[in-house]
Design a binder for this molecule. Structure first.
Ligand code: 5RP
Length: 224
C-alpha cells in the first residue's frame, strides 16, 4: 500500500454510520472513495455521500455509493480531500484539478474537514511549489489579472492541456495561475484575494482544515 492509500484508509476509519460525507477530488481522494465503498459493502456501513467534482461523482457511482447532489446540501458531517500544499499552520493550497469552488464550499459546510496527504505536500508557505489557482468569469479575466498584478502578482491563464485555448472549469470559469511575493504572507494574500472583485474563488484554504493526516513511509501522523 502506498502512502496516499494508507492515509486514505486511515481517514475512512473515521466515517460512522449515518454520516453525510463529502468526497474530494484527486488521486488521494480516489483511494478514500474506494475504501469507503469497500466499508459500505463489507462493514454494512450506512452513509450518504456528496461529491466535489464530476470525476469523483462518477467514481462514487461506479462503486455503488449513494450520492446526494450538491444542490441539496445544507451541511456535511465530514469532508475528506487531498491538497497540493500544506503549511505548518494547516493553510492549504488546492485546485490544481480546478474544482476548487465546490471543494471550498464543501470544506466550509463540513463539521470536520479531514485533509489526507503524503509527505510531499508539506511546505513552509503557500506558493512554495505551485502557483495559486484563481477562478474568474471569462468576461473579467483581464480586469482581475490587472488587480492581481497591482498586488505584486505574476501569472497567466491556465492553458488547456489537450487543445488550443484556455482551461475552462466545469462551471465555465477560466483559471489564472498566479505567483505573489513571499513577503505578502498566507493570511494577507488570502484576504486580498477574498476581497478582489471578479474573483469567483481561489485555491488558498485558510482556517478550514480540522486535521491533516500525513503519511510518511508507512506511518500516519495527525497534524492539528
Ligand atoms: C484538486 C485538489 C487535489 O486535492 C489536489 O490536487 C491533490 O491531488 P492528489 O491527491 O492527486 O495529489 O485540490 O482540486
Amino acid at each position: 500500500m502506498n502512502d496516499k492509500e494508507l492515509v486514505a484508509h486511515y481517514a475512512a476509519q473515521q466515517v460512522l454510520d449515518g454520516m453525510l460525507v463529502g468526497l474530494g477530488t484527486g488521486s488521494t481522494a480516489n483511494y478514500f472513495i474506494a475504501e469507503l465503498a469497500r466499508r459500505v459493502k463489507d462493514d454494512a456501513l450506512n452513509i450518504q455521500v456528496a461529491s466535489s467534482s464530476v470525476i469523483s461523482t462518477l467514481k462514487a457511482q461506479e462503486q455503488g455509493l449513494s450520492i446526494v447532489s450538491i444542490e441539496h446540501l445544507e451541511r456535511l458531517d465530514l469532508y475528506v480531500d487531498g491538497a497540493d500544499e500544506i503549511t505548518p499552520d494547516l493553510v492549504l493550497l488546492k485546485g490544481r484539478g480546478s474544482d476548487l469552488v465546490r471543494e471550498k464550499l464543501m470544506a466550509r459546510a463540513a463539521e470536520r474537514f479531514l485533509v489526507i496527504a503524503d509527505q510531499s505536500k508539506l511546505v513552509s508557505r503557500i506558493g512554495e511549489k505551485f502557483s495559486i489557482p484563481i477562478e474568474v468569469p471569462p468576461f473579467a479575466w483581464r480586469l482581475v489579472k490587472r488587480s492581481l498584478e497591482a498586488l505584486g502578482g505574476h501569472g497567466d491563464l491556465r492553458p488547456n492541456a489537450n487543445k488550443d485555448g484556455f482551461w475552462i472549469t466545469s462551471h465555465g470559469s477560466l483559471v489564472l495561475d498566479m505567483t505573489f511575493p513571499e513577503s505578502m504572507g498566507n493570511e494577507r494574500l488570502n484576504e486580498a484575494l477574498n476581497s478582489t472583485p471578479g474573483v469567483v474563488e481561489h485555491g488558498i484554504f485558510h482556517g478550514l482544515a480540522s486535521v491533516v493526516y500525513v503519511a510518511d513511509n508507512g506511518q500516519v501522523v495527525e497534524k492539528r
